[in-house]
Design a protein around this ligand. Structure first.
Ligand SMILES: Cc1ncc(C[n+]2csc(CCOP(=O)(O)OP(=O)(O)O)c2C)c(N)n1
Ligand code: SF4
Length: 244
């Protein structure tokens, strides 16, 4: 049962009601259960942030490491325990801002890691400051007049090398999300899943959404599946691009 992979005695989580992180955790647990992954053969590693708490709710050994340092820690675990399935779950700020240097070089080294990026467009835990994926002109707590820079293009970053796996999905598209996680775990190299997720409390309300449900409906309306065989995903497309 996928529920065996979640520490039910720790529920309810510390996440805000309606936060998309619970959906990511449940989909991850379902995929792991289907693949026979458990505490004997897998580990979940996370950094600081709301997303960072996810590893602590999973019923496998994990590491709650320093902000931005998930990837070197995960690479080290994989190096000493090559038979372990190593799964990183981290925020966009953790992975692409303070951990951006590690992201660049981990992708280049192509270790066999699965990375789930909770991409909520802000630093959630610290109150909703602009982060590396905040779209230009977005009002955040640190950019009240709108973010002045273009966001990091995670897809381009991941595709900089000869070998890559980049999936883009959202928490609204549950089956697609599950499939992306499954394919990423099966990929024999560095697999990055960019999950558009809603932070209703520290981003959504400021943008004018009244509820998590409204944000999910926004994802439903905005994101479309990329055509089969697409080599690049458009800004509002979900899908997988890979090169082995
Ligand atoms: C070295 C260090 N710098 C800054 C912080 C403060 N801090 C904690 S969480 C966080 C940002 C979290 O944003 P993200 O990684 O996107 O995760 P989210 O909370 O949105 O899930 C920051 C800046 C810290 N804990 N450690
Ligand atoms: S602050 Fe945002 S990301 Fe953090 S738990 Fe609340 S809704 Fe989720």
């Amino acid at each position: 049962m996928f529920k065996d992979l979640i520490k039910l005695d720790r529920l309810p989580t510390s996440w805000c009601p309606g936060c998309g992180l619970g959906q990511i955790m449940i989909q991850l647990a379902m995929v792991m259960d289907g693949l026979g992954l458990n505490h004997t053969n897998s580990t979940v590693i996370s950094g600081v942030g709301c997303t960072g708490r996810l590893a602590g709710y999973m019923n496998v050994d994990g590491i709650y490491t320093l902000h931005g340092r998930t990837l070197p820690v995960a690479e080290a675990v994989k190096l000493v325990s090559p038979d372990l399935k190593v799964i990183v779950v981290s925020g966009d700020g953790d992975l692409a801002s303070i951990g951006g240097n590690h992201l660049l070089h981990a992708a280049r080294r192509n270790p066999d890691l699965t990375v789930l990026c909770n991409n909520n467009n802000v630093y959630g835990l610290t109150g909703g400051q602009a982060g590396p994926t905040t779209p230009r002109n977005t009002k955040t707590v640190s950019t009240p007049a709108g973010a002045t820079y273009d966001p990091v293009n995670l897809q381009n970053l991941m595709k900089a090398g000869a070998r890559y796996f980049y999936a883009k999905t959202t928490v609204y598209h549950q089956l697609h999300l599950r499939n992306c996680i499954k394919e990423a775990i099966a990929w024999p190299g560095f697999a990055f899943v960019d999950i558009t997720c809603h932070c209703i409390e520290n981003n959504g309300r400021r943008l004018g959404f009244n509820s998590a449900y409204e944000m999910l409906q926004h994802f439903r309306r905005t994101y479309k599946r990329a055509p089969d065989g697409a080599e690049t995903l458009g800004p509002d497309e979900i899908g997988i691009v890979r090169q082995g």
